[in-house]
Design a protein around this ligand. Sequence first.
Ligand SMILES: [Zn+2]
Length: 100
Amino acid sequence: MGLKDLFKGIFTGKKYDNIVNIYLKDSKCGNKIKVLLRKSYDIQRVYDEGKEAAFMINKVIICDKCFNKITIDIKFDKKYNIISREIEGGKYIAEEEYSE
Ligand SMILES: [Zn+2]
């Protein structure tokens, strides 16, 4: 085993697999916000077997321009696909709209 093998593990590490990106637009000032949700830290497991959602997050995002409070409430299935989402104080936008 050479140096090459040693470093291979570092560079092939899937660093961003643990992150879910959410894009929002503040309804007060129109600021576009990217929210990084860490699966292991921000997103909570749903323990109720009867529910479709496997994971959920309820979080308040503060707009960095006008300090408006945006409340997000998102539910995910086992594969972290969004199955329902609600928002107060802003709206969800697509990644393309955020990058415009
Ligand atoms: Zn704002």
